[in-house]
Design a protein around this ligand. Sequence first.
Ligand code: ZN
Ligand code: ZN
Length: 312
Amino acid sequence: MSRALSNLSWWAYLLILLIGGSPLLWYFNIWDGVIPLSLKEYAVVVLVLTHITIAAVTIFLHRGQAHRSIEFEVPTSVFVRTIAWTLLKYDMPTWAPVAHFFRYWLWLTTGMITKEWTAIHRKHHATCETAADPHSPKTYGIFRVLFGGVFLYVKESRNKETIAKHGAGTPSDWIEKHIYTKYHKYGVILMLFIDLVLFGPIVGVFGVWLVQMVWIPFFAAGVINGVGHYWGYRNFPSMNKKENFEDWSRNICPIGILIGGEALHNNHHFYPKSAKLSVKWFEFDIGWMYIRILETFGLVRVKYVYDKNLNI
Ligand SMILES: [Zn+2]
Ligand SMILES: [Zn+2]
């Protein structure tokens, strides 16, 4: 790669792809992309793609990294590793496949850095509803968090003290340092290229990619952080234990599907270490259902689950 090209910033690549890629597709007669979509198929594709991102946020970032309520595992690792070492003298890396898939997918679809997300979220729990809380509607107002939550996130991500104090224990392997963190904005450009080729410039870029790009900023940084601390019902008097006052956390809806179970935010604040966010018979947490499925295949190990006898 020439020096001029390697010096271009991520948004310049984005522009080149958009302006240069579309005529190429026209020229090669794949204007509708490799997979032309009907309206129904389009709706399914967008819902599935964004749901995978939501699952990655709630299972990997939130329950896995920020709260350590689950651990990602390598299935049959001991057996396979022993065979590999005995026969081939090969020391297999302990790569948990689900964690790697989620990290790759989050790089492609959000550009967020695991350490930053984890640190900001842990700080939110530690300072809930105080002036130090990175995105409390009590401080910033519900509409600023709901529609501008992503800007509050970006502002806090630049606070080096937050990242150093709350970001311990997140991945620091080769791929994290050299790809996911170093080039964290380039994954979404690769995603743009994939959507462009698969679904064409109109549907792929404006119908799929743009929706993917605003989904997490709106539903995670806006709805969970804003509405989840403003509107809804409460099962628990969830406390900011350090400051000794009730936080504003709410359960937005008892059926947690669209945002992966995160709608049960009051339950979560009451018992943040629990991998399961539903506590009542009428509540459903789809993230917990996915965790249980992954657990049966040995891909995830659950460490903590809410127990009504433990008032933690
Ligand atoms: Zn919260
Ligand atoms: Zn949390």
